[in-house]
Design a protein around this ligand. Structure first.
Ligand SMILES: Nc1ccn([C@@H]2O[C@H](COP(=O)(O)O)[C@@H](O)[C@H]2O)c(=O)n1
Ligand SMILES: C[C@@]1(CO)OP(=O)(O)OP(=O)(O)OC[C@H]1O
Length: 159
C-alpha cells in the first residue's frame, strides 16, 4: 500500500470587527482573524497538508485570494473541494493531526466541535482527527495576540 504524508501551516492577523472561526466553529471572542475568506487558519492548514501530501500544490493555487468568488468563503467548503481533488488523484485520508497556537481564548471547550466538523468534511471517524491548542507563552507576535497560527499533518493512503 502506498502512503503519503503532508504538512500545512497558516497564520492570519487578529483584528477587531471580525468573527473568530476555527475548525468551522464560531468562537465568542473580542477579535477575529483577517482574511479574504473566513480566515479559518486550522482548516487552511489542513487543506494545505492534504494538497501537499497528494502533490497537488497549495490552497492559493486552488482558491486564489484575488478571486471575488472566494471573498468571505466558508473554509469548510474549500476543504471539501480540495479533498475531492485529492480523492480524484487516488488518495484517501488515514488521519489528521493539528495544532492551533493562540494566546487566548481557551480553545479546549471548542476542540471536539472542530474535530467533528473536520471528520464530517473528510468522511472520517472522530478518532482519526486530532486538534491541539497551545499558547505561545506570551512570546512574539502570537504571544502579543497580533495573530494566530495553525499547523497540520495528514497521512494519505492509496484508494
Ligand atoms: N488557546 C489555548 C491554548 C492552550 N489551551 C490548553 O492549555 C494547555 C496548555 O497550553 P500551554 O500553551 O500553556 O502549554 C494546552 O495543552 C491546551 O489543552 C487551550 O485550551 N487554548
Ligand atoms: C483562502 C484564501 C482564498 O479566499 O484566502 P485567505 O482567507 O486570505 O487565506 P490564506 O490562508 O491567506 O490563503 C488562501 C487564499 O487563497
Amino acid at each position: 500500500m502506498k502512503i503519503r504524508v503532508g504538512q500545512g501551516y497558516d497564520v492570519h492577523q487578529l483584528v477587531e470587527n471580525r468573527p473568530l472561526i476555527l475548525g468551522g466553529v464560531h468562537i465568542d471572542f473580542e477579535k477575529g482573524l483577517l482574511g479574504h475568506s473566513d480566515a479559518d487558519i486550522l482548516l487552511h492548514a489542513i487543506t494545505d497538508a492534504l494538497l501537499g501530501a497528494a502533490a497537488l500544490g497549495d490552497i492559493g493555487k486552488f482558491f486564489p485570494d484575488t478571486a471575488p468568488e472566494h471573498k468571505d468563503a466558508n473554509s469548510r467548503e474549500l476543504l471539501r473541494v480540495a479533498y475531492q481533488a485529492v480523492q480524484q488523484a487516488g488518495w484517501q485520508v488515514i488521519n489528521v493531526d493539528s495544532t492551533i497556537i493562540a494566546q487566548q481564548p481557551k480553545l479546549r471547550p471548542h476542540i471536539d466541535a472542530m474535530r467533528q466538523n473536520i471528520a464530517d468534511d473528510l468522511g472520517l471517524p472522530l478518532d482519526s482527527v486530532n486538534v491541539k491548542a497551545k499558547t505561545n507563552e506570551k512570546l512574539g507576535y502570537l504571544g502579543r495576540m497580533e495573530g494566530m497560527e495553525a499547523q497540520a499533518i495528514v497521512l494519505l493512503s492509496e484508494i
